[in-house]
Each structure stands twice: as structure tokens, then as C-alpha cells.
Design a protein around this ligand. Sequence first.
Ligand code: SAM
Length: 402
Amino acid sequence: MRVISFTPVNVTGELHMFGGEGTVIHADFRDAADELVSRFGGSARVVYLDPPFNTGGAFEFRRGKTQLAYRDSVPWDEHLELIRSAAELSKKLLKPDGTFFLHIDCSVSAYCRVMLDEIFGRDAFTNEIVWAYRSGGRSTRSFSNKHDVILMYRMSADSYFNIGAVGVPRGQKRRNHMKRCVDETGRVFYSIKTGGREYRYYEDDPVYPSDVWDDVEHLNQRDPERTGFLTQKPEALLKRIILSCSEEGDTVVDLFGGSGTTAAVAAKLSRSFVSVDSGAVASAVTKKRLLERCLKMRLYDANRPLVFELGQGSAGELPDLEKYFDITEKNGRFTFTVKRLSPGARPFMLSAGSVDAGVFTANAYCLDPVFGDGIKADAGKCVHLIDESFGEYYFVPGVEER
Ligand SMILES: C[S@@+](CC[C@H](N)C(=O)[O-])C[C@H]1O[C@@H](n2cnc3c(N)ncnc32)[C@H](O)[C@@H]1O
């Protein structure tokens, strides 16, 4: 009798032949620190860190069912120690003309300011950016906390900074008591006369952001950017950071990558990236987010692959694959067709390709598998499954005579 069997393969890394070089590393940055320094030391134009805020809770990923993404409760000194290790490592990764950003909230900002002055030097302190937003409820017991703090440190006076890249058109705002006029070329401006002089403010002139960013809202529930990762930051925030402090071709690093916002924005702005996260959910969500864009935009480029590294290697024993798929074989070709499953029980992502020396190179994708979708693999080829609990499995299907 012919029986389809599956041989698990231990994979430590993935290559995807898409343009936009970037590396996503699934590891605790402290375990990977030496390797990160030897590979990327002195190469980052921007490091952005958005560590857990130590809220005392846990953060979830919501997709069909709710899944724990990461715990956010450690003793206070451990929390500060985590931020210190990340900042010290960041300093080693930055170029001499690079810039460091730490995104925190008011519960630790004062401590971090002192800590970062110590690590980078007081002269390196550049800005305390206040990201003010309106989302969420309002407290009646105290003033609601409606801002985060982003501390910015420059590695040197030569650190790259281009405010011109992040100007926003003045628009119709800031015209209090001013007269609206149109000049001879048709441009709209607001005019005020004082001391015998006329001051003109053109609607299409850029206004450069100050250190209070109140024009970037938190992602709302239905925002198309949303991945389901609860602490995901808006791309607009990262866009301002990356555009102002780096140029095309530069490298941007994030040691708390989460859902991959920094990586996604860096890729869109033609920067390369290194995104590290210790969470399996974060790693899988980042992978899907980056691949979705590459596939949609057909960014194939074998010379600049997207690299995913699995710090711990892939999971060992395979789950019951027939729970997910109807599996058939014809002339040495295997087809995995997704069964009718509730959204929370469906696999998170599928791909197929080949494995060489522990590295999986994908050539077929099914990024959001629903009933009837499938993936095919020829004999000897490998299938990659990220299941609904974010376990990553690689296996080679075969046929046995029993
Ligand atoms: C606030 S979230 C980052 C959100 C991200 N900026 C985004 O837009 O999606 C913090 C992330 O840090 C990760 N993390 C916590 N401790 C870590 C560590 N020691 N090494 C690497 N990642 C860590 C968590 O898994 C979580 O995904």
C-alpha cells in the first residue's frame, strides 16, 4: 500500500528572492548580541527601539482567535536592564553619523533619559519627541495619559538629519486672523501685516515638525495597516524617523521588531533593515507582512534576498497535518488543500521550496490560507507551515510502500 509520509527538516534560515535587502531574526537580542555586532556593527544609520512598556499585562495577537504575543510584566530593575542592554548594543551597531531613537512612555522616560545620557553622552541628546494622540478612553481620576516619548540621540554632530524630507504642507491651518489671498500664480496664501511689512504663509509651503508630533494617530481598529498585533505602531511615525535621519541604501535596525513596522517602512523607503524579536508571533507576523508586499508588488530580485533567521531552529515533531489539509499525490507531486476550518484554526501561512544546508528557499506561497487554497510541492521539495499557534514546521513529503 502507498502511504504519504512526511519527514521533518531542521531549518535555521529562510531566503526569499525579493528585492529590498533585509534580515529578520527570531531571537532574544541579548543572545544574538555578539553575532549582531560582528555582522552589523557600525553599519546602522538609524536604530529605533520600541521595547515593551512593562504595563504589568500581556499583549495579544488577534486573528480569528486570540493568541498571546508577549508578556509585559517583569520586575522594574529587570525592565530597565533590558532597555540598557538594548541601548548599549544599539550604540555598537550605529555608524558614527547614525541616530538612535528610544520609544517609551512616561513611566520610564525620566530614568531612560539619565541612562541614555550616560551611554551616549549628554551632548548626544537631541530631542525628547512627544507623540501625542487622542485614541482610547478618558480617565476621570487623573489627566489621561495621551502621549508617548521618543528620545533621540545623535552619535555625532555629523549625524545625518534632513528636516526637508519630512515637511508637511501647511494646509489651511494656522491662519488665525489672517487674510486668505491668491497670488499672481494662483497659489493660496494667508497674509498678515505688522510693522509696515507683509508676511505671507503659503498653503503649499512645508511646515517642519517640531518635537511634538500630534499629527500621527494611533492605528484604529479598522486601519488597513493593522496586522492584529496589539502594540503595532503606525507606519507614519517610522516614516518620519527614517526619512529624516537616513538616506536610500542605509541600514535601519530594530531590536524589538514586533509586527515589523520598522522593517516594512524601511523596505518601502529603499533602506535595508535588521529586525530582531524574540516572539514567535512577532516573527511570523513580520514575515507575512513583508512577503505580502513583495508578492503584491512583484519585487523579485535574486541578488537581494529577504532573509529570515530562526534563532532556535524550527520546531521538531510535526503536528497532525491532516487536521489542516487534504493531501494527495500524483506523479510525484504533492498537493496540500486547506480543509474547511474556523478562522482561528486555519494555518497562519504556507510556502514551499527547497532546503539546502538548513536554509529554506521558497518559491511558492499561500500567505492567508482559507478553505480550498493549497500549495504544491514536487518530490524532494519542502513545505513550510506556520500553524495557528505560530509553530514553524518544515517537512518533505514522500511516498512509502507499506
Ligand atoms: C512594543 S512591541 C514592538 C512593537 C513594534 N514597534 C510594532 O510596531 O509592531 C515590543 C516587542 O519586543 C519584543 N521583545 C521583548 N523582549 C525582547 C528581547 N529580549 N529580545 C527581542 N525582542 C524582545 C516583544 O516580543 C515585542 O514584540
